[in-house]
Structures are given as structure tokens and as C-alpha cells.
Design a protein around this ligand. Structure first.
Ligand SMILES: [Zn+2]
Length: 86
């Protein structure tokens, strides 16, 4: 099996395990380009990098949703997520 470098982290992996940039979601491509403006989206990225950016996309989505909540909802969320010591 020919091994090739991931175009993001440079890990040496089997060519068939690389995800081709043409097949990635636009939102993932945007996140990668934000981190790596020099990346040209011409060569594939490894499964690890893809996982990282998938996770990042999810967090970005959650943050955006959180911003949409009202003040009241924010206080409810912090009550749930802040441990109580009473
Ligand atoms: Zn990689």
C-alpha cells in the first residue's frame, strides 16, 4: 500500500484512508482554512484530522446555538452546569 502524508499534520498514512478535500463539508473546510490559511485544499487529510475538525464543527455549532439563547435560559444552563456546594 502506498503511504502518503496528511496535508495537515503530515502523518504518514495509507493513501486510501485520506479524506479528499473535495468530499469534505464546506463548514469543515472553512474551519480548517481558519486554522491553516496556507492550506490549499488540494491534498487529502488523515482520519485523525478529519475527526478533530468534525468535533470542532460540532462545538462551533453548540456555541452558536448557545448564543441564541435568552438571558433567562443562560441562567438556567449555568445552574445546571455549575456544581452546587450547598
Ligand atoms: Zn492529519
Amino acid at each position: 500500500m502506498p503511504k502518503v502524508n496528511c496535508s495537515l499534520c503530515a502523518a504518514l498514512v495509507e493513501g486510501r484512508t485520506l479524506a479528499s478535500p473535495q468530499k469534505l463539508e464546506n463548514r469543515i473546510l472553512d474551519l480548517i482554512k481558519k486554522d491553516r490559511p496556507e492550506w490549499e485544499a488540494k491534498r487529502g487529510i488523515c482520519a485523525n484530522c478529519l475527526e478533530q475538525y468534525r468535533a470542532k464543527k460540532f462545538v462551533t455549532y453548540l456555541e452558536a446555538e448557545y448564543q441564541k439563547l435568552s438571558e433567562l435560559e443562560h441562567s438556567v444552563v449555568s445552574k445546571i452546569t455549575t456544581p452546587s456546594f450547598c
